[in-house]
Design a protein around this ligand. Structure first.
Ligand code: ZN
Length: 199
């Protein structure tokens, strides 16, 4: 245990995902040794992200306005929606350049162990988007792990009678992994080879 401010910083850093006590300590002392100017840049970035970034009212992606840049782009194909878990998955799929439609970000995946059910995700917000009749395909691109599969199964059942084609990314993605870790070629191929799950 350190005194006062140093320990406070270590405690706060230790609450971040993936940062253990040792890393928290290392980062804290790294910051202590840096110039005030460098630390201030970090402080500004942290303050700005909370002040400026919000979630898109349509798809739930991170946005700097009411709508994210994808939902605000009239060139995007409004007939297909790709459902993903997190904003980072949008970035991963955009990198493949395989998809020109829009997204729906759930904000996580169904995980009974963690007490996360459909009501904790942005599932309800998806339904009105399908009501207009414009959407023809919903592509489920949840992670290829237990939670992602559970979420995909739930969604394909939910959307069975909605009158849209529901597809799931082809297998070939590293099982148990995270969508963002798949390389562009593999993810692109999984996109191309998606199969219908509600026929
Ligand atoms: Zn959006």
């Amino acid at each position: 245990m350190y005194e006062g401010a140093v320990q406070d910083l270590i405690d706060e850093l230790g609450r971040l995902p993936g940062v253990g006590p040792k890393s928290a300590q290392r980062i804290a002392f790294h910051l202590l040794q840096q110039d005030s100017e460098d630390v201030n840049r970090l402080v500004t970035a942290l303050t700005e992200v909370k002040a400026k970034v919000r979630f898109c009212e349509v798809c739930g992606n991170v946005a700097q306005a009411e709508r994210c840049r994808i939902c605000a782009d009239p060139r995007r194909d409004q007939t297909s929606i790709c459902v993903v878990e997190e904003p980072k998955d949008v970035v991963a799929i955009e990198r493949t350049r395989e998809f020109r439609g829009t997204y729906h970000v759930l904000g996580g995946a169904i995980s009974p162990i963690d007490g996360i059910g459909p009501d904790d995700l942005r599932v309800r917000e998806l339904m009105p988007r399908l009501a207009s009749g414009e959407v023809q395909e919903v592509i489920i691109a949840t992670d290829p792990n237990l939670e992602g599969e559970a979420t995909a199964t739930y969604l394909s059942r939910l959307l069975r009678d909605v009158g849209v084609t529901v597809t799931r990314l082809a297998s070939g993605l590293p099982v148990g992994g995270d969508l963002e870790y798949a390389d562009e070629v593999t993810l692109g191929r999984a996109f191309e080879g998606r199969r219908q799950v509600n026929a």
